[in-house]
Ligand binder design. Sequence first.
Ligand code: HEC
Length: 104
Amino acid sequence: MNIIFSLAVIFSLLSVSAVSRDVYAADSIKGDKIYQQNCSNCHGTHGVSNISGVADFSRGEGLFKSDVELLKLLQRGKGMMPAYQGRLSDKELLDVIAYMRTLR
Ligand code: HEC
């Protein structure tokens, strides 16, 4: 009886962690699509911008920040870059951030 109860607990814990991983893990493949639609005009398809002085993501420039700091920056916008709060969800922005980290 005890063993069956413990197994039930273990399985329910496993399924809870599997679900929460699906919900919270940033998806760089979705991020790629969002990036190409919203960011590549200015930042280039591979993270190398044609605009002078803009961070080159292929060299990791502009990405020496935590995901949360980048999220806030993108929500607010910076200089010529528009604010994405209300245009892209937090999840979409985190997907884009995960994608940008693959460009290096
Ligand atoms: C209209 C052009 C434009 C678009 C569209 C754009 N950006 Fe930018 N981005 C810029 C410019 C210009 C800067 C430099 C801003 C500055 O330092 O004043 C910048 C800077 C950045 C930085 C570096 C910030 C830093 O601290 O140096 C990141 C990261 C970034 N953009 C990500 C994105 C992402 C992700 C998207 C799409 C969701 C995006 N940008 C869309 C023009 C753009």
